[in-house]
Design a protein around this ligand. Structure first.
Ligand code: APR
Ligand code: ZN
Ligand code: ZN
Length: 356
């Protein structure tokens, strides 16, 4: 089959016609991918900023169809349309039982590597490897969705939407009328803005260094926008000098985490949504934490339960309360994933979507 492969960190991705996927083992299913979004975390893995095993088949924001069940796997039946979850909740661990399945620590299916490229083992990115025609995944990583949902809108729900909306609704639990700052208006940040609109937050200030992204931010519901150089001034104006109730960092860098933090009020909350690297340290003075009671929250996969979260988001989309179609600003083939990585840094792209 065809798929995107990264053989060496920092090198461009290639497309191979010589990928093969093994049969699903116990606890696994085989999925035919139908759509997959290009997320910044894919690029970060290819650049070596986030850990990944090589050779890597990236892609973790996908939707498709179940085509084969491993021995003893009860379902979902062949033909079921699914969104892939890059954290499959085991349902039985401390975290799953405690209502935090996004923190599930169960090992992904323990079998041999699912992929090979020209005879050599290859590794599915985040256990799902969506930039290939097929993938064998943990049966708990496939979440059924209704047949009439287009695969392209389903795909973006699998990472950008559940992460962004979840950060607002699950992690921060933003109340109506709260003031919200969003730094970084890419695929995930735009969905933080959509989540803030759903939560009835106001004002919503969106910050990005690319002016085109600010236009998109307004279209998705930001009430105000600025480039980073206007952040301090805009914060003063919009919050009577106090700072925001909630700030969301959706870039994944210490400098922007620090900016978000500084723009919150006494007692305000900063939510770190961006995936940062291991040695990028953020510092806070001990006095600052104590004396101002500011709060700092991490956010993994929107603090969401994918088993109920994906279909809830699709219901909001059906009701016209979430714009999923508008997130897909570019439709590409597997051959264009490398270009999509480049466009992510500079262009006005919200999400590039691979269709198969
Ligand atoms: N200040 C403001 N905006 C910035 C800055 C900065 N210093 N640096 C980058 N940005 C903007 C980019 O212009 C872009 O619009 O942040 C946005 C990031 O968006 P994408 O590249 O589309 O990334 P996305 O897929 O949204 O992921 C964002 O979440 O899942 C993680 O690994 C992912 O850390 C990444 C973050
Ligand atoms: Zn992602
Ligand atoms: Zn678990």
């Amino acid at each position: 089959m065809r798929g995107v492969i990264l053989r060496e960190v920092g090198k461009p991705v290639e497309v191979s016609d010589e990928l093969t996927v093994r049969r699903p083992g116990p606890g696994e299913v085989r999925v035919r991918l139908r759509a997959a979004g290009v997320c910044h975390s894919d690029l970060s893995m290819c650049e070596g900023r986030l850990p990944a095993q090589l050779p890597l088949v990236p892609g973790h924001e996908g939707a498709g169809e179940v085509v084969e069940l491993g021995p003893g796997v009860a379902g979902p039946p062949v033909g079921t349309h699914v969104i892939l979850s890059w954290i499959p909740p085991c349902g039985n661990c401390f975290f799953c039982l405690g209502g935090q399945p996004n923190l599930c620590v169960s090992v992904r299916s323990a079998g041999p590597p699912t992929l090979s490229a020209g005879g050599e083992p290859a590794y599915a990115g985040l256990g799902v490897g969506c930039f290939a025609e097929e993938s064998v995944v943990d049966a708990r990583a496939v979440i059924p969705i209704p047949d009439d949902v287009p695969f392209d809108v389903a795909a973006v729900v699998g990472c950008a939407v559940i992460t962004g909306v979840g950060a607002v609704v699950n992690t921060a639990k933003v109340p109506p009328g709260a003031s919200v700052l969003v730094i970084g208006c890419g695929g995930v940040g735009i969905n933080v803005i959509q989540g803030a609109v759903l939560a009835a937050a106001a004002p919503i200030l969106a910050v990005d260094r690319v002016p085109g992204k600010l236009e998109a931010a307004r279209a998705f519901g930001a009430t105000h926008t600025t480039t980073p150089d206007g952040l301090i001034e805009a914060t003063k104006e919009l919050t009577e000098g106090r700072g925001f109730d909630y700030a969301f960092e959706v870039v994944g860098r210490s400098a922007t985490i620090r900016q978000a933090w500084k723009a919150t009020r006494r007692g305000g909350t900063t939510v770190v949504v961006g995936a940062g690297i291991v040695d990028d340290m953020v510092s806070f003075s001990a006095a600052e934490l104590f004396a101002t009671e500011r709060r700092l929250l991490g956010c993994l996969y929107g603090s969401a339960d994918v088993r109920t979260g994906f279909t809830r988001l699709l219901r909001l989309w059906r009701a016209g309360r979430l714009d999923l179609d508008g997130l897909i600003t570019r439709r590409i083939t597997l051959d264009e994933v490398g270009d999509a990585f480049t466009a992510m840094g500079t262009g006005d792209v919200i999400r590039s979507l691979v269709t198969f």
